[in-house]
Design a protein around this ligand. Structure first.
Ligand SMILES: NC(=O)c1ccc[n+]([C@@H]2O[C@H](COP(=O)([O-])OP(=O)(O)OC[C@H]3O[C@@H](n4cnc5c(N)ncnc54)[C@H](OP(=O)(O)O)[C@@H]3O)[C@@H](O)[C@H]2O)c1
Length: 302
């Protein structure tokens, strides 16, 4: 019996597509076989009491790492530690990262008890969704203090020992708001652009050493970051785009494995970054349209 033409076409098409998929399948299988590849590695995660940091601890612990959990909420840290695989392997270091003395004390204790971490994840951070003039100066300062200075204090505290050992990995959680100006985020954007500039510069200093640095630019991820009252009128269209934390943390672990410098998640957000870099006016027009904000014409009444 003759096989109809469209069936041949379908078979050819799926055969061709599956041959394209083979390298991807091989890669995924290879990566799955690499589980527990962080055996005997220590990972210090700031902001590990909830959200992305909590999920990162889970992922690293499942791959065999020793997790050193840092945040202010000691009870939450302890509870998270007790739920990780082999809880006794991990340790908690409650610390308010907005003070340099606190970070130095925490780092001294960590270095004495475990030596320099193999991976330092500067993840702790806060956000606000407020107009610039409605944001008290203290809020601007507080966001910079934790999002930028907290990251810097930790890097300052652990990098010398990593360099001495000539190995290590620093992961800085920035944001897509560290690449693009997002609305009602003046304080947050400023702090994340600072993280991005710091990381871009440090990358070149570390190139000839055994220490790597990676920056992560997430879009919106479903966490407690949005619990603050200022997010009550955060747009539904953006809320609908929120991704579960495990998808981001999977991308972070892959990025570390492949020694990437930059991870943007979801990857589609790169389109905005490229348009902003190549043709900034077009980016501003598209962003204003998305936000439904019209430019005031000269002389027009408000
Ligand atoms: N969720 C997103 O959509 C998104 C998008 C882009 C970037 N990010 C970035 O991802 C990182 C993690 O955020 P998340 O979404 O997981 O938020 P989250 O659920 O609110 O968690 C924030 C973490 O930071 C810790 N933290 C805050 N202030 C601290 C301080 N002064 N000292 C020590 N720890 C402090 C908190 O712990 P304690 O309160 O116990 O101290 C908590 O563990 C942040 O840097 C954020 O900017 C998130």
């Amino acid at each position: 019996m003759a096989v109809p033409n469209f069936v041949w076409f379908d078979m050819l098409k799926t055969g061709f597509l599956s041959s394209l998929a083979v390298p991807e399948i091989v890669r995924i299988r290879r990566e799955n076989n690499l589980s527990r590849q962080y055996d005997a590695k220590s990972v210090l995660i700031t902001g590990a009491s909830r959200g992305i940091g909590k999920q990162l601890a889970q992922d690293f612990a499942e791959e065999g790492a020793r997790c050193l959990l840092v945040a202010r909420d000691a009870e939450a840290l302890e509870e998270n530690r007790s739920r990780l695989p082999e809880p006794d392997r991990h340790a908690c270091y409650p610390c308010d990262l907005s003070g340099k003395e606190n970070v130095d004390a925490m780092a001294r204790q960590v270095l004495a008890e475990h030596g320099p971490p193999d991976i330092l994840v500067n993840n702790a951070g806060v956000s606000r969704y407020t107009l610039f003039l409605d944001t008290p100066i203290e809020e601007h300062e507080a966001l910079m203090q934790i999002n930028y200075w907290g990251m810097l204090y930790c890097t300052y505290a652990f990098l010398p020992a990593m360099l001495e050992r000539d190995s290590g990995h620093i992961v800085n959680l920035s944001s897509i708001s560290g690449k693009l100006g997002t609305v009602r985020h003046t304080a947050y954007c400023a702090s994340k652009f600072a993280v991005a500039g710091f990381s871009d510069s440090l990358y070149f200093e570390l190139l000839g050493t055994g220490v790597n640095i990676m920056i992560v630019n997430p879009g919106v991820v479903e966490t407690h970051l949005f619990d603050h009252d200022s997010f009550l009128d955060f747009p539904d269209e953006v809320r609908k785009m929120m991704k579960p934390p495990h998808l981001l943390t999977g991308a972070i672990l892959r990025g570390i494995r492949r020694r990437k410098y930059e991870v943007t998640f979801p990857r589609g957000l790169w389109a905005g970054v490229v348009v902003r870099a190549v043709w900034p006016p077009l980016y501003r027009i598209l962003q204003a349209r998305f936000l439904k904000i019209r430019r005031k014409r000269p002389g027009a009444s408000a």
